[in-house]
Design a protein around this ligand. Structure first.
Ligand SMILES: Nc1ncnc2c1ncn2[C@@H]1O[C@H](COP(=O)(O)OP(=O)(O)O)[C@@H](O)[C@H]1O
Ligand SMILES: [Mg+2]
Length: 342
């Protein structure tokens, strides 16, 4: 098959995307596919081989006046404009099959506030939260137990996030997050272990073995994520069988609940009797293991050593096969969408 790999993009995760996309291109090549590399600059321009790429509604993508013959597109883009439904909408407009979640699911998972409200509706365990700048938000936030986490609702890579231990610092943390996004979320703390799980599939998704983020840093901030040696991933995580099963089950449930397709990495806090209880959840009892959803990433870091791929490797699926499977899933989804009238 001929697969266009989109890389870069307008978000602060541009450079991470370039690394992920290069690995995906190699993986697809190893799996026997032809790869067309398209790089999206920080300005948002799409470039192939030095030429601008045109998105032609109803036709596909064209370069230097010629329509590219493509079987699928793999948008290896992280963060705003790439992972939030914007690029997915352009690919739908062009009429091309693409890897990963559709417009709605990408947008829902990118927005921490919307995802948390959906999870609340479905009774998925999570920390308590408040949306800044809504009526009464300050009193509500101060009523949560400190420390609090203040975040731009639609970003990634820990950019703009503060951990607030002193109520006097709350306003400054909210202002900082609002520099990145007018939608700001304030969350209660979880003292749980950071456990992540890779999900693959469409209607009947499968979950990998869970992994654990082990960092010497105080939390999993930008430096811990991208500085060599600051963080290690235990793949698989050391968890008892019941907790492993609970994480895998919740991962596929939230994937389906959020309408995801293809892939997602579902991130959890696992609270055990010795690490504390769920905050903001009236059902929390001490002495019981609880799995709380933190977030869903619809296009997680995708190098060979990224958590997403490492967990599949640990589960018995190698990197080229993983890339290949994702292209098949993209084509399957596109075909089943053609069966609907609208
Ligand atoms: N409610 C919370 N309780 C404890 N730690 C948190 C909480 N929220 C975020 N963190 C820490 O901050 C990191 C980044 O937060 P996250 O919501 O995953 O944002 P991003 O989308 O940038 O990855 C987490 O991996 C964790 O280390
Ligand atoms: Mg995260």
């Amino acid at each position: 098959m001929r697969v266009a790999v989109l890389s870069g993009g307008r978000s602060s995760e541009h450079d991470i995307s370039l690394l992920s996309a290069e690995a995906v291109a190699e993986g697809l090549d190893t799996a026997g596919h032809d790869v067309i590399r398209i790089t999206i600059g920080k300005s948002g321009a799409w470039i192939h081989d030095g030429h601008p790429v045109e998105v032609r509604p109803g036709e596909g993508l064209a370069v230097a006046g010629d329509l590219l013959s493509l079987d699928a597109v793999f948008p290896v883009l992280h963060g705003p404009f790439g992972e939030d439904g914007v690029t997915q909408g352009a690919l739908d407009t062009a009429g091309l099959p693409y890897v990963g979640s559709d417009v709605l699911s990408s947008a829902v998972c990118m927005d921490k506030l919307t995802l948390k409200r959906l999870c609340g509706f479905h009774g998925i365990p999570q920390v308590g939260f408040v949306q800044a700048f809504t009526p009464g938000w300050e009193e509500e936030a101060l009523a949560l137990e400190f420390p609090l986490w203040v975040k731009p609702s639609r970003l990634g890579s820990s950019v703009g996030i503060s951990k607030v231990t002193d109520p006097a610092d709350l306003a400054a943390a909210v202002d900082e997050a609002a520099k990145f996004d007018p939608r700001v979320i304030i969350e209660a703390n979880s003292a749980g272990r950071e456990i992540e799980c890779s999900v693959l599939g469409n209607e009947d998704p499968e979950a990998s073995l869970p992994g654990e983020i082990l960092t010497d840093d105080e939390w999993y901030d930008y430096e811990a994520k991208y500085t060599e040696g600051r963080t290690t991933i235990a793949a698989p995580a050391e968890l008892d069988d019941a907790t492993t099963a609970a994480v895998r089950d919740l991962a596929t449930r939230v994937f389906t609940m959020a309408g995801c397709s293809g892939l997602a990495r579902c991130d959890f806090f696992v609270e055990q009797p010795d690490t504390g209880n769920a905050t903001g959840d009236p059902g929390a009892t001490s002495g019981q293991t609880r799995v709380l959803l933190n977030e869903i990433n619809t296009m997680p870091g995708f190098t060979r050593t990224s958590v997403y791929a490492k967990l599949w490797e640990a589960t018995g699926l190698n990197y080229p096969d993983l890339c290949n499977r994702l292209v098949e899933l993209a084509i399957d989804r596109h075909q089943s969408e053609q069966e609907h009238s609208f």
